[in-house]
Ligand binder design. Structure first.
Ligand code: ADE
Ligand code: ZN
Length: 318
């Protein structure tokens, strides 16, 4: 038998990873200890609301600019360890405005990310994200900050949090601002809400990537459109299972989406909370979703091609 190839060596991009949700367990423990905070140790959430409590606990532990610097560097190092040639974490800067103004938060994360990426020999780009439970005006303000940092470390604009709270359409002006500055549109969609949310992300936000997007599989016309328009879905299998987006891993739509010609990347979403990593998600796709090495290579290629890396950076990676 041919030994299973180590998927670390497969050049890939990590495109769907929330910075705070990617905190190392040891860093969480260090910060909790330093600040005298008791952190809930829950896993196996089942619902987004329960999950969010722990996510916000991690956010709350970032109490100094140096904590944000450390977190960012470690997220880049972990991506490099897993064989990423590009990492594109997302941040919702409003979580951190008690530390510094939004511009400065973005600047600190970009500087830390670019510096760590240089040390690791990989590429880094930041996704600035808006929060769909907050106002479209706040999203537009964040888009303006992101736009000013386009070409200086910020490469994409996102939209996260509870998808059942607000459809994509009200955020169209924010995404127009971001796109006009050359940022890639990469909102969450098709996770907690169905195909309409993905269609809205395409029509109203001109999404070139959709974070998750897996519930598009419920609509054959939409699946065809995603394939035709070469939209990349940033899929996170473990996250989908633990948040009950899919009934079981065995019934995850990733293989069917790939069969239909939809470009998909594979990602960890929130490694701290889901106990996974970029590499473990690739391994899971091979071991439990039956993706062949050829398929995994196509996924990895789609992740690089769908990334916010510049053309020369992508050419070097492929
Ligand atoms: N923020 C962090 N993880 C998220 C997810 N899976 N969906 C929406 N918002 C998030
Ligand atoms: Zn996410």
């Amino acid at each position: 038998t041919i030994p299973a190839r180590d998927l670390t060596g497969l050049p890939k991009a990590h495109l769907h990873v929330h910075l705070e949700g990617a905190m190392r367990p040891q860093t969480l423990a260090d910060l909790a200890d330093r600040y005298g905070v008791v952190v809930p140790q829950a896993r196996g959430f089942g619902s987004f609301a329960v999950f969010l409590d722990l996510y916000l606990a991690a956010c709350d532990l970032l109490r100094d600019i140096a904590d944000l610097d450390r977190l960012t560097r470690e997220v880049v190092q972990d991506a490099a360890r897993d064989g990423a040639v590009w990492v594109e974490p997302s941040i919702y800067p409003m979580h951190h405005v008690r530390l510094a103004p939004v511009e400065e938060i973005v600047g600190v994360v970009v500087d830390a990310g670019l510096s760590a990426a240089r040390e690791c020999g990989i590429g880094f780009g930041l996704m600035v994200g808006a929060n769909r439970t907050q106002s479209p005006a706040e999203a537009a303000d964040l888009a303006r900050v992101a736009a000013r940092a386009a070409g200086r470390g910020v490469v994409s604009f996102g939209l996260a949090d509870d998808e059942t709270s607000t459809p994509p359409e009200p955020f169209a002006p924010a995404f127009a601002l971001a796109r006009d500055a050359g940022l890639l549109s990469a909102p969450h969609g098709g996770e907690l809400a169905g195909p309409d949310s993905v269609r809205g992300a395409l029509d109203a936000l001109a999404a070139r990537r959709v974070q998750h997007g897996v519930r598009a599989a419920e609509d054959a016309d939409l699946v065809r459109r995603l394939a035709d328009e070469a939209v990349v879905l940033d899929v996170c299998p473990t996250s989908n299972v633990l948040l009950s987006v899919v009934p079981s891993l065995e019934r995850h739509p990733l293989p069917a989406l790939l069969d239909a010609g939809v470009r998909c990347s594979v990602n960890a979403d929130d490694p701290l909370l889901f106990g996974c990593s970029l590499l473990s998600e690739y391994q899971l796709c091979r071991d439990s979703l039956g993706l062949s090495d050829e398929r995994l290579a196509a996924v990895a290629r789609a992740s690089i091609e769908g990334s916010g890396a510049s053309q020369p950076q992508r050419r070097d990676a492929l």
